[in-house]
Design a protein around this ligand. Structure first.
Ligand code: G
Ligand code: G
Ligand code: MN
Ligand code: NA
Length: 253
């Protein structure tokens, strides 16, 4: 309850901030875009990680105003980078279950994109496998996002329930391979085999792929060898405030 009350005050007092983690084109060694990750800069307790408050925000309904703040801030930042010369940069934003199922979500996003002058294709909505278990309802929402030109990524891919059924039913653009599959690369044959198989599947389904949690050059070399185009991880950069980054490394396709 203490956290729940604190959340409302925190939003009013501007204590939330977004950090951004670069998404890198492994082969060309340039910047594709960023994933936005929320943090709470608490006046006494310091930086609080999202694991500590997203669940509570989701249960209490606070995720709705917080989620709108996150989307608006990430879209505004992408538009600012775009105007500073980072043409075509991709901004990925995590959306929780309650937010995803909110009837106002898509219209809200479209309004924000128009307000900041960002093209829909520069936004990617990340949902986890648990968020989209109700195929029928989820398909309707994913279809609507796609009709508006907004990309949809399946986050933590492979860790949830019925990962393959999700790919059968939902018109998503991208899978983000969970870092639990990357951590033991390249030495663990079983994990290496799983990654190679996911890459083949993604190619035949015309899905884009991002691998997460790359921490070593050996992991990066393996992913490059199996043709994984996009990566994120501490090897390249931790999530950090926008001011930490320059977009001069942006890929020009
Ligand atoms: O760095 P990290 O501690 O940022 O994130 C931990 C978890 O919190 C991840 O599972 C991530 O998806 C989730 N998370 C981070 N930022 C957001 C956000 O803006 N919205 C939602 N719904 N989840 C987020
Ligand atoms: O669940 P989701 O993928 O949205 O959240 C990404 C989480 O992974 C964030 O908490 C982010 O800080 C964390 N993260 C990003 N890169 C790395 C990495 O290379 N290693 C580890 N251990 N965590 C990472
Ligand atoms: Mn994510
Ligand atoms: Na993930």
């Amino acid at each position: 309850l203490e956290i729940e009350q604190g959340l409302h005050a925190a939003l009013a007092e501007n204590q939330f901030e977004l950090h951004y983690q670069p998404v890198v084109d492994l082969k060309r060694r340039c910047l594709i875009g960023f994933e936005a990750l929320v943090r709470w800069r608490h006046p006494e307790r310091g930086m609080i990680a999202p694991d500590q408050f997203i669940g509570i925000a989701e249960e209490s309904g606070f995720i709705e105003p917080l989620g709108r703040w996150i989307l608006n801030t990430a879209i505004a930042q992408a538009a600012a980078w775009q105007q500073a010369g980072a043409k075509g940069l991709l901004m990925a934003v995590n959306v929780s279950a309650r937010q995803f199922n909110d009837e106002q979500l898509v219209d809200g996003i479209v309004t924000m994109l128009a307000r900041h002058g960002l093209a829909a294709r520069q936004l990617e909505i990340e949902v986890t496998e648990s968020t989209v278990q109700e195929f029928h309802r989820s398909k309707r929402i994913v279809d609507t996002l796609r009709e508006r030109g907004i990309a949809v990524a399946l986050d933590d891919f492979g860790t949830g329930y019925s990962s393959l059924s999700l790919l059968k039913h939902l018109p998503i653009n991208r899978v983000k391979i969970d870092r639990s599959f990357v951590i033991a690369l390249p030495g663990t044959a079983r994990d290496a085999g799983l990654i190679s198989a996911i890459m083949q599947m993604a190619n035949s389904l015309d899905l884009e792929v991002t691998a997460e949690g790359i921490e070593t050059p050996e992991q990066a070399a393996f992913l490059n060898a199996v043709g994984c185009p996009a990566v994120q991880g501490y090897l390249f950069s931790r999530p950090a405030p926008a001011s930490h980054f320059t977009t001069e490394w942006l890929c020009h396709y």
